[in-house]
Design a protein around this ligand. Structure first.
Ligand SMILES: [Zn+2]
Ligand SMILES: [Zn+2]
Length: 250
C-alpha cells in the first residue's frame, strides 16, 4: 500500500496545505492512480456551525471535491468523519426520491456539535453515474423499473462509486485515523483497502421528522435495499441503509 502523502514536518494549518501541494504528484490511489491536491481553503460559517472548506483538484474526473472541516483536525486521531456523495436533487432541491439531504444535514449538525469533525463532499452524483444519467434512471423508474434495473438498463453497474479519491483526500489532510459515521461496514473496508486507518464506526442515526417518518412506518429494510412507495427496490444513494431514531429494523 502506497502512502505517498505523508505530512512533511512544518505543515501546521490547513492553509499550509495549499503551498505544500503546489507541486504534488504521486503514483496515486486505487486502480486509476487518482491523485489530488489541496487547492484552496477558506472559512465557511454554516447553519450547522463553523467549518473550513477545503477544495481539492484531482487528476481523474475534472470535479472539485470538497472537505468541510470543523475544529483543529491536522494530525488528529479518531476523527469523526462522514463521507457524503453529492446528490443535487436531494441536497439542494429537497427531492424526496431519496433521503440524501436528511443524511447530509444530520451529519453536519452532529459534526458541528463536536469538538472536531470532517465531512468529505464527494462529487459522485447518482451513485457515480452522473446527474443526467441519474435523471434518465428516474425516468425509467417512473415507468416502472426499480433503481437497480434502471441503472443496468442504462449500462451501469448498480454502484459506480470509487473511494480512492476520498482516501487520498484523507491522507492529504494529514488525518491519523478516523471514526467513520456510517451504517455500512463495506464503506469501512473500501477505505481500509486504500490504507486509511479506521479506529471505529459511529452509527449514522437520523432523527425522525415529517419527511423520514416513511421509514419508520414501513420499517422496510431488506438486504440493504429500501422498498419505495410503489413497492419497487430503491438503492440508497449514500450507499448505506437509512437508520432513523426509533426505527425497528426488520
Ligand atoms: Zn497524490
Ligand atoms: Zn439523493
Amino acid at each position: 500500500m502506497k502512502t505517498p502523502c505523508t505530512a512533511p514536518p512544518g505543515v501546521a494549518t490547513l492553509e499550509d496545505l495549499v503551498e505544500r501541494d503546489k507541486n504534488h504528484d504521486c503514483g496515486g490511489f486505487g486502480l486509476h492512480g487518482v491523485c489530488v491536491k489541496v487547492e484552496a481553503v477558506a472559512d465557511l460559517p454554516t447553519r450547522f456551525g463553523n467549518f473550513k472548506l477545503v477544495a481539492f483538484w484531482n487528476n481523474r474526473d475534472g470535479k472539485d471535491h470538497l472537505a468541510m472541516v470543523h475544529g483543529d483536525i491536522t494530525g488528529s486521531e479518531d476523527l469523526p468523519t462522514r463521507l457524503h456523495s453529492e446528490c443535487l436533487t436531494g441536497d439542494v432541491m429537497g427531492s424526496l426520491r431519496c433521503d440524501c439531504r436528511d443524511q447530509l444535514e444530520t451529519a453536519l449538525r452532529k459534526l458541528g456539535s463536536l469538538e472536531r469533525g470532517l465531512l468529505l463532499y464527494l462529487r459522485q452524483e447518482g451513485r457515480g453515474i452522473g446527474l443526467i444519467n441519474k435523471i434518465r434512471a428516474y425516468a425509467l423508474q417512473d415507468r416502472g423499473l426499480d433503481t437497480v434495473e434502471a441503472n443496468l438498463a442504462l449500462g451501469f453497474r448498480d454502484d459506480e462509486r470509487d473511494y480512492s479519491i476520498a482516501a487520498h483526500m484523507l491522507t492529504s489532510l494529514n488525518i491519523g485515523s478516523i471514526r467513520l459515521m456510517t451504517n455500512n461496514p463495506d464503506k469501512i473496508r473500501q477505505l481500509e483497502q486504500h490504507g486509511i486507518k479506521i479506529s471505529g464506526r459511529i452509527p449514522h442515526v437520523m432523527p425522525p421528522n415529517e419527511y423520514n417518518r416513511f421509514y419508520l412506518e414501513t420499517k422496510a429494510v431488506r438486504s440493504g435495499h429500501m422498498i419505495d412507495f410503489h413497492g419497487k427496490r430503491r438503492l440508497e444513494e449514500q450507499n448505506e441503509p437509512t437508520i432513523v431514531e426509533g426505527m425497528v429494523l426488520g
